[in-house]
Write a protein that binds this ligand. Structure first.
Ligand SMILES: Nc1ncnc2c1ncn2[C@@H]1O[C@H](COP(=O)(O)OP(=O)(O)OP(=O)(O)O)[C@@H](O)[C@H]1O
Ligand SMILES: [Mg+2]
Length: 285
C-alpha cells in the first residue's frame, strides 16, 4: 500500500493549562514531499511537529506513520524513521563538545565507531561546522548551535525530518545554504522534509506544499502560488506576501502597472519585468 508518510486527523489537543493549541487538523504528508508549516507566533507549529514525532500523545484523534497508529509504535520504531530538530537548540544539545553531541545519535543507533566518525564528520561538513568539532557547546553562537542540532539529525540519516524553524538565527548565506541542504536531502535522497517557519520570503523558492496555521487550525493548504495570492488573507493570520510579491501587487493595484501575475521569487519577477517592459519598448521603438 502507498500510505502517506504521515496522516493526521486530530480533533483537539489542549495543554494542561487549558490552552487549545490544535483543533480540526486533517492533513497528509506524502512520501518525498518538502512541506512547510507556516504560521504566526503561537499558531501551533511547534505543537503540531511534536504531535508528528509522537512526543505529544494525549490528543483526541489519530496520527498514522506509514499507515500505523503512532501511539501504538515503540519509541524506537518512531525514532528509526523520524527525527525532530527543536526550535531552541538549548533544548536539544547536551554533550560537552560539538563532536560528542553529533555522535550521540549514531552511537545510540548502534553504528561502529568508524561509521560514527564518518557520519559525524560528513554531517558537520554539511552544516559548515567541521572546524568547530572540538569546541565546547556552551561557547557556540546561537546560529552555530542551530547548525550543530541539524548535524545531529543528519548524522542519523532519518527518512523523515521535522525541523522547527531551521533557518531562524542563521545569517543570510547560512539561511540560503540550509535551505539548499534540505532541498538536496529531499531531492537526491528522498528524505521527506517538514519544516515550521514564518520566513515567507524563503518558502516559495524551496517548498512544494504549505499548510498555514492560525490559532491551531489549518486555514489554507496548497502550493506556494496557491497560498500567496493576495495580501489580505495572509495579513488576517499575521503573515504577509513575500516582499517581491508585495512590490508587484502594489505596482499593479496602486500604480496601475501592467503586471498580470504575482511573482513570488526574484527570478519570476525578473522574467515578468522583461516580458512587460522589453515587449513594450519593442512596440514603442
Ligand atoms: N507547555 C505549554 N503549556 C501551555 N500552553 C502552551 C505550551 N506550549 C505552547 N503553548 C501554547 O500553545 C499555543 C501554540 O504554541 P506553539 O509553541 O505550538 O506555537 P508556534 O506556532 O510554534 O509559535 P512560535 O512561532 O512562537 O514558535 C500557544 O498559544 C502557546 O502559548
Ligand atoms: Mg514554535
Amino acid at each position: 500500500m502507498n500510505f502517506p508518510r504521515l496522516s493526521i486527523t486530530l480533533d483537539r489537543f489542549c495543554y494542561p493549562d487549558g490552552t487549545t493549541a490544535l483543533a480540526d487538523i486533517r492533513l497528509d504528508i506524502a512520501r518525498g514531499e518538502f512541506t512547510g508549516i507556516l504560521g504566526a507566533n503561537g499558531s501551533g507549529k511547534t505543537t503540531l511537529l511534536k504531535v508528528m514525532d509522537g512526543l505529544i500523545r494525549n490528543y483526541s484523534g489519530k496520527v498514522l506513520l506509514d499507515g500505523a497508529d503512532i501511539l501504538k509504535l515503540k519509541p524506537r520504531e518512531i525514532y528509526r524513521k523520524v527525527g525532530l530538530v527543536f526550535q531552541n537548540p538549548d533544548d536539544q544539545l547536551f554533550a560537552h563538545t560539538v563532536f560528542e553531541d553529533v555522535a550521540f545519535g549514531p552511537r545510540n543507533m548502534g553504528f561502529n565507531e568508524d561509521e560514527v566518525q564518518r557520519r559525524v564528520r560528513a554531517a558537520l561538513v554539511q552544516v559548515e561546522m567541521a572546524e568547530a568539532a572540538a569546541k565546547n557547546i556552551h561557547n557556540l553562537s546561537y546560529g552555530q548551535k542551530k547548525r550543530v542540532c541539524i548535524a545531529g539529525l543528519l548524522a542519523m540519516g532519518h527518512e523523515i525530518l521535522l525541523l522547527d524553524e531551521p533557518t531562524a538565527g542563521l545569517d543570510p548565506v547560512g539561511e540560503q545554504r540550509m535551505m539548499e541542504l534540505l532541498t538536496a536531502l529531499n531531492r537526491d535522497h528522498g528524505v521527506t522534509v517538514i519544516m515550521a517557519t514564518h520566513s515567507v520570503d524563503l518558502v516559495p523558492l524551496f517548498l512544494h506544499r504549505l499548510h498555514v496555521l492560525d490559532h491551531g487550525r489549518v486555514v489554507t493548504s496548497g502550493r506556494p502560488e496557491e497560498v500567496f495570492t493576495a495580501p489580505e488573507p495572509l495579513a488576517a493570520v499575521r503573515l504577509r506576501l513575500p516582499h517581491v510579491a508585495e512590490l508587484f501587487h502594489l505596482a499593479r493595484h496602486e500604480d496601475r502597472l501592467p503586471f498580470t501575475t504575482l511573482p513570488l521569487t526574484i527570478g519570476q519577477a525578473r522574467q515578468q519585468l522583461r516580458d512587460t517592459f522589453l515587449v513594450h519598448s519593442a512596440h514603442n521603438s
